[in-house]
Ligand binder design. Structure first.
Ligand SMILES: Cc1ncc(COP(=O)(O)O)c(C=O)c1O
Length: 427
């Protein structure tokens, strides 16, 4: 049933009252006198994440090296434990997921396995809106294989500069393409791509496909098993609240477990053989086989507490609230801000939307600064986008109302004119 929204403040308060997920907000360290709208960049710390981190810190203090087998969950099996729980968020089997390293490094290690140019099929298909780190990774990786990006990287150009048309994308998968690499959710507009459709199209043409899920993990309850994609990778520091630079993750469809790992290390060895320290690489036949080195225990420990919150709240209920919050925000933008030249850059259809809203305005840089001065934490993305992420675990409907009302006031009072048109180093 569609929710009827209202511009009245009292409506937002009534929605909060009725919100069955409202108590989760109390489990987070909210910034003092601030409304946090940047959970799509860095999620907030929860009490639960702090507890699991401190527990592991204490295990290090009291157990030293014995923590590898003697921790609450022995550290040696800790990434497997976390991965098994993360699998629930993406609809994968437990052994298809691994918690490991960072987004870009994981992309490199997946390319080393899945980019296998052969005969006419030498190209990688990407899009021009993807987060640039992925492009840097692909271009540099291609060069190590002796392929020039100029000749072997195909960039699909968005028609409107904001979104990607899946049909046109599918059409661009030519017989020269060896691998398709796309984002699940576009980092600027927040468009959620139809991963299942694109996977089917790539596979119909005999092409492998992988997704950067940094902006969907924890925001969109995926069904990787159903989509059938070949691989995915992500960070856990955005919606999954694993802390700054916290360990990321990857997914490898089990149909690829027999493939040889491209960048091997001793953590990819079968667990029971790892400490035999043989010179021969006995590859673990699961996603764990793609690990390289020792688990970053302190950078993954917060994930344990964080996942507890997801398991309690339920990914579907969170998605439902997230869509209500973003729809409400888009409604308020249309009602209150459109007359001042603001526009929504995020798809209106729920099934095409991730977890944030792109608010567009030619004065976005300065309005973003004025918002920060008022205690709102948004972020700016060039050329004209203020990204606002009402994260369902810790954002209320009233927060959304206050933020959009603040933008309106900032514009009406001309407060943004007090700021430079220059963005900060970290925007
Ligand atoms: C979509 C996307 N991909 C990749 C990255 C790079 O992530 P990392 O710094 O963890 O490698 C980011 C960072 O924000 C991102 O948003």
């Amino acid at each position: 049933m569609k929710t009827e929204f209202s511009t009245k403040e009292s409506w937002s308060l009534e929605m909060d009252e009725a919100d069955e997920l409202k108590s989760f907000k109390e489990r987070f360290y909210l910034l003092e006198d601030a409304i946090y709208m940047d959970g799509n960049s860095l999620g907030l710390m929860s009490v639960d994440a702090e507890e699991s981190l401190l527990r592991v810190v204490n295990e290090w203090k009291t157990l030293g090296i014995n923590g590898w087998m003697g921790g609450d969950t022995p550290w040696f099996y800790y990434p497997e434990m976390l991965a098994g729980r993360l699998a629930g968020l993406i609809g994968a089997e437990k052994d298809e997921v691994m918690v490991h390293s960072s987004t870009t490094v994981n992309l490199h290690l997946l390319l080393a396995t899945f980019y296998r140019p052969e005969g006419k099929r030498t190209k990688i298909l990407m899009d021009n809106l993807t987060f640039p780190s992925d492009r840097y990774a692909v271009e540099s990786f291609m060069k190590t294989k002796g392929y020039s990006p100029g000749d072997h990287l195909v960039i699909f150009e968005s028609a409107d500069g904001k979104t990607l048309d899946e049909k046109a994308l599918a059409h661009a998968i030519s017989e020269e393409v060896a691998l398709v690499l796309l984002p699940s959710v576009l980092y600027r507009s927040g468009q959620l791509l139809d991963m299942e459709y694109l996977t089917n199209k790539a596979h119909e043409k005999g092409v492998l496909i992988g997704f950067d899920c940094a902006h969907s993990i924890g925001a969109v309850p995926h069904k990787f098993k159903e989509y059938g994609l070949d691989f995915a990778f992500w960070c856990n520091y955005k919606y999954v609240n694993n802390g700054p630079g916290g360990t990321g993750g990857f997914y490898i469809n089990r149909r690829h477990f027999g493939r040889e790992v491209g960048l091997a290390g001793w953590y990819g060895v079968q667990k029971e053989k790892q400490f035999d320290l043989e010179n021969e690489f006995h590859q673990n036949h699961c996603a764990g086989g793609w690990q390289i080195g020792t688990s970053h225990m302190l950078s993954m420990a917060p994930l344990e507490g964080s996942l507890k919150l997801y398991e309690e709240a339920g990914a579907l209920r969170l998605r439902e609230k997230s869509l209500k919050l973003t729809s409400y925000m888009m409604f308020l933008i249309d009602e209150l801000l459109a007359p001042y030249g603001f526009a929504v850059g995020t798809p209106a259809e729920e099934e095409r939307r991730g977890g944030h809203v792109a608010l567009e305005h030619e004065e976005a840089v300065r309005i973003n600064e004025a918002l920060k001065e008022r205690g709102v934490v948004p972020d700016f993305r060039p050329p004209n986008i203020i990204r606002l992420a009402p994260v369902p675990l810790y954002t209320s409907y009233h927060d959304v109302w206050k933020v959009i009302s603040a933008v309106k006031e900032i514009y009406e009072k001309g407060e943004y004119r007090n700021y430079d048109k220059k963005r900060g180093t970290v925007a």
